[in-house]
Design a protein around this ligand. Structure first.
Ligand code: MN
Ligand code: MN
Length: 316
């Protein structure tokens, strides 16, 4: 029988991301698929610590070639499941973030481009701390929420604030940050004041349908240009009709197909990593939201593999 894991029956074997080889030793890996099973930063319904396991399971439904773009990420790059960034003290949030950052520091030192599955959205902060050591990066952010809130219940670190802290720490350039899909009721009219005051481009759902996917992508490319960019995909950006298994669902979101079109349209950006967060298996009895998470991760992998290949060809 074939030894190519992508060609084996998809119901067989041990669940790894996209059926990639499990290589926690980090040798000879160009793109690392990483689980971050941590939900100590949620403000309401928990459960995303179970996200990576279920996304690994559902990701066995992914095949090799992206039928829309023709990209086969596994042919372009050495892709492996490099395991979990598991916090040593999961009951201590800031210490957990330091553990996650240490894991990603090793990923960066090994020259690996990370594509991660959360976990709650607070995990993007320690990932950015590891990735943006040489200066602020651009951010393409899909979400129902801007996640630039302030202190909440006595803490500035939670899943509603990672991109405020990231901007304050100089990890992301607010003027090269675009937040897509924002909506829902709020307790304070100016809850996302930080996004607006710092110059982030915020696309609320009303504007989403005025601009359309093509208009939004034109803005992304104009704003980000060739600046190294991180892509973060909160599944609650999608309408709960497509992704109900998440802690903070908001109706009136974009569709899975619009999400696929937007991620594919990131082609041409200098992508340095990405994540899919907020899949919460306890609220996802059918596994459909984990399948959505796995699919978005696959699409991110495709554009990241293309971007990395173009950089290798240019010799950067
Ligand atoms: Mn979020
Ligand atoms: Mn959200």
């Amino acid at each position: 029988m074939t030894q190519d894991p992508q060609q084996l029956p998809r119901y067989s074997g041990i669940a790894t991301f996209m059926r990639c080889p499990y290589q926690p030793q980090l040798d000879n890996v160009e793109i690392g698929l990483i689980g971050v099973p941590f939900d100590g930063g949620v403000t309401n319904r928990t459960g995303t610590r179970h996200g990576p396991r279920e996304i690994r399971n559902q990701s066995s439904l992914m095949r090799s070639v992206n039928q829309s773009t023709g990209i086969d990420p596994f042919a372009l790059c050495k892709v492996a499941d490099v395991g979990d960034a598991l916090p040593e003290s999961p009951f201590e949030l800031e210490k957990s973030h330091r553990s996650i950052e240490a894991f990603f520091n090793d990923i960066v030192s090994a020259g690996i481009l990370p594509i991660s599955a959360g976990g709650d959205h607070s995990i993007s902060l320690p990932i950015l701390r590891a990735l943006a050591k040489d200066g602020p990066v651009a951010l393409v952010h899909f979400d129902a929420h801007c996640d630039t809130g302030g202190h909440y219940l006595g803490s500035k670190f939670h899943h509603g604030s990672p991109f405020r802290v990231a901007a304050e720490e100089g990890l992301i350039d607010p003027k090269k940050t675009i937040q897509i899909g924002i909506r829902g009721s709020v307790n304070h009219k100016d809850i996302w004041k930080f996004s607006h005051d710092s110059g982030m481009r915020v696309i609320y759902m009303d504007e989403f349908y005025k601009l359309g996917v093509e208009g939004i992508l034109a803005e992304v490319h104009k704003l980000v240009g060739d600046t190294p960019a991180y892509v973060t995909f909160d599944v609650d950006g999608l309408d709960p009709a497509f992704a109900v298994g998440t802690g903070t669902p908001e109706v009136g979101g974009f569709t899975t197909f619009e999400a696929l079109q937007m991620i594919r349209g990131l082609s041409g950006l200098h992508i340095i990593g990405g994540d899919v967060v907020e899949v919460s298996p306890p609220f996802d009895p059918s596994g459909a939201t984990a399948l959505v998470g796995a699919t978005m991760m696959y699409e991110l992998l495709c554009v990241a593999a293309e971007s990395l290949t173009q950089r290798k060809r240019r010799g950067d």
